[in-house]
Design a protein around this ligand. Structure first.
Ligand code: AMP
Ligand code: MG
Length: 348
């Protein structure tokens, strides 16, 4: 009896030690970046090293915001947009690479994702919220004339870019956050970090393990009321991103329009898809693809996911106040739906 008690006590001490050391090893800091919340979590016993890695990640994302933001008229990207319709314009190597990648995805999605959609996004007033009327069909037609990924030319030999039409712009709003997360992860890995998660406004990459567990838990929000969660994704060495019309939107004539535009029609996407979540090998792919699948819709979106090297969830309005969550086969073991009467799940 005595020895059993001793063993139990020893086990308890060991457990407490493990629990405290796990708790102690989690180091987390948040800030604002790229117009949203940035949180970096590092799991390491070396607090000082964790802190300088987080600092380096913050700095890298800040650097990218200064390079790519269209909110800053002096950013390299703003200057390039200003000049590229006049003729071949020299561009920063990193901008060229990101532009090449974005254009590849625009071709792959046949324009559902379009890195030149900026003028349409502006027309609807998502950036400024100054718009006071529903855009007219004429206004939309006029903007559609200057939107099109095929109208961007790149001369890789000379690191130059040219736009076919005046008024065009490259807007990295749907790519930059994912790209920034991947860059921050690269910087932290180079500094020797083994376990960490970067979350920039829902654009996530997680590697290694969190304290006390093997996989990182990523909450999947309820697109009807985002303070609630409908389930959890368990991931590691993956990028995750979610898109929806629930955070950024404008209202005209008592109707709500979300910030994701179908560049092929010029109108914000409306329909039964309320949210998409993509799990991909990197955060950039997840970022672009969550927006793309949202535009493609439930059937084409599911077909597209099946044809590519990533997985995803498509959350649909079931028309009766409930949800249907369509889940790609590869997530069968890593997505757990919380039980709720009005939420059904279906695999594709
Ligand atoms: P995300 O938040 O990643 O879903 O990206 C949405 C942002 O990308 C919007 O706020 C717009 O600035 C921009 N955007 C909207 N629709 C598209 C589209 N179809 N293709 C590319 N960018 C878009
Ligand atoms: Mg996205």
């Amino acid at each position: 009896m005595k020895s059993l008690r001793r063993i139990t006590a020893a086990a308890l001490i060991a457990y407490l030690f493990l629990a405290t050391s796990c708790a102690d090893s989690k180091y987390e800091r948040s800030t604002t970046a790229m117009g949203t919340v940035l949180t970096v979590t590092v799991v390491s016993m070396d607090r000082e090293a964790a802190d300088s890695a987080v600092e380096a990640a913050f700095k890298e994302i800040d650097r990218l915001e200064n390079l790519l933001s269209l909110w800053k008229p002096e950013s390299e990207m703003s200057v390039l947009n200003e000049r590229a319709a006049e003729g071949w314009t020299q561009a920063d190597q990193e901008i060229l690479d990101l532009l090449e990648t974005s254009l590849e995805f625009s071709r792959l999605t046949e324009g559902a994702f379009d890195v030149t959609a900026g003028p349409l996004v502006r027309l609807w007033g998502f950036h400024t919220r100054e718009k006071n009327h529903l855009p007219t069909p004429e206004e939309i037609k006029e903007k559609k004339r200057i939107v099109g990924y095929r109208l961007v030319e790149i001369d890789s030999g000379n690191d130059a870019v040219r736009f076919a039409n005046e008024g065009m712009e490259v807007d990295f709003s749907g790519v930059a956050k994912g790209y920034a997360v991947d860059r921050a992860v690269k910087i932290m890995r180079d500094l020797g970090v083994k376990n960490a998660m970067v979350n920039l406004g829902g654009n996530i990459y997680a590697f290694g393990s969190p304290a006390g567990r093997d996989m990182w838990n990523i909450a999947v929000r309820d697109p009807r009321s985002i303070e609630n969660e409908i389930g959890v994704l368990k991931i590691k060495e993956k990028g995750v991103a979610s898109s929806g019309q629930y955070i950024r939107f404008v209202e005209f004539e008592n109707r709500r329009f979300g910030h994701i535009i179908d560049p092929r029609t010029g109108y914000p996407v409306e329909g039964e898809v309320l949210g998409t979540t993509i799990v991909a090998p990197d955060a950039l792919t997840a970022d672009i693809m969550s927006t793309s699948v949202f535009v493609l819709g439930p059937d084409e979106g599911a077909e597209f996911i099946k044809s590519q090297e990533f997985e995803g969830l498509i959350i649909l309005d079931n028309g009766k106040g409930g949800l249907l969550v369509k889940v790609s086969g590869g997530l069968r073991d890593s997505f757990e739906l919380f039980e709720a009467d009005e939420i059904a799940i279906e695999y594709f």
